[in-house]
Design a protein. Structure first.
Length: 265
């Protein structure tokens, strides 16, 4: 049987843990989270990924791992290899085992080792550079180990300083070729010289997190002003309500690992 086409997008997701309300929090106050409503919102998000052409692989919920719906933080998937991270929050490290197993069907798998810490939400690939945010969850050793792996595959890695946000992708995401959606309150645009920058609306400082799926964007429904800026660039934007997941410092990128299928695996 021939392998899958490299044009096929795979999306790995995981069901919402019933313990979501016990999630790790860094920058947001703890408020009541309705896990049932979060599950409904996540279902709509997964269905949207499927409608946009992804072959979705859904992992079962992990009742003892509150943050486990946020699968992005456990891996960085490159064309040649899947890098299993070592999340900065120790409570999240057990999430990596099942992700490594799921990814082994699609890529060779390597893992970062102690004392590295790195969350996948701190890694942005723009097609030529792996940008790595040095955050409260990602340290210099995590950057160094990822850089060494990336170098073996011909990729450049650059560090990015952040201010007052959880992850790099809280502050900047790729929304089109050479085009970044950026929150200037949290990261300096000058870092990304040569890229086209779309700044979030000043009334929506948290609006920089968008998930690119092919030529489309999955985007939180609560940022209409910034959505207008994206659509003015001719970008196809698809709203999804993730309000309960946002209470857990979640966003649209962190609820999936989206990558191109590898032929022959």
């Amino acid at each position: 049987m021939p392998g899958p086409s490299a044009d096929v997008l795979v999306a790995i997701t995981r069901e919402v843990s019933p313990a979501l309300a016990a999630c790790e929090l860094t920058h947001q106050p703890r408020v009541a989270i309705d896990a049932a409503r979060a599950t409904t919102q996540h279902r709509a998000y997964v269905d949207l990924l499927a409608r946009l052409g992804c072959r979705v692989i859904e992992l079962k919920a992990e009742p003892d791992l509150p943050d486990s719906v946020f699968v992005e933080d456990t891996a960085v998937v490159l064309d040649e290899v899947a890098v299993i991270t070592r999340p900065g929050a120790a409570s999240r490290r057990p999430e990596c085992r099942s992700i490594a197993s799921a990814l082994s069907d699609h890529r060779p798998v390597v893992a970062l080792t102690e004392p590295a810490t790195l969350d996948g939400g701190d890694v942005l690939f723009d097609g030529s550079v792996l940008w790595v945010g040095l955050s409260g969850r990602t340290n210099g050793e995590g950057l160094a180990q990822l850089s060494e792996i990336a170098k073996r595959h011909g990729l450049d890695t650059r560090a990015v300083a952040l201010r007052d946000c959880l992850h790099l992708k809280s502050a900047v995401t790729l929304v089109a070729p050479d085009t970044l959606l950026l929150a200037p309150r949290w990261v300096d645009a000058d870092v990304f010289a040569g890229r086209d920058i779309v700044r979030v609306d000043s009334a929506e400082p948290g609006a920089a997190n968008a998930l690119r799926v092919g030529t489309d964007i999955v985007y939180p429904a609560c940022f209409p002003r910034t959505r207008e800026r994206l659509e003015a660039r001719g970008i196809a934007v698809h709203d999804v309500d993730v309000s309960e997941l946002q209470k857990a410092e979640g966003a649209v990128t962190c609820c999936s690992l989206v990558f191109r299928a590898a032929a022959g695996m």
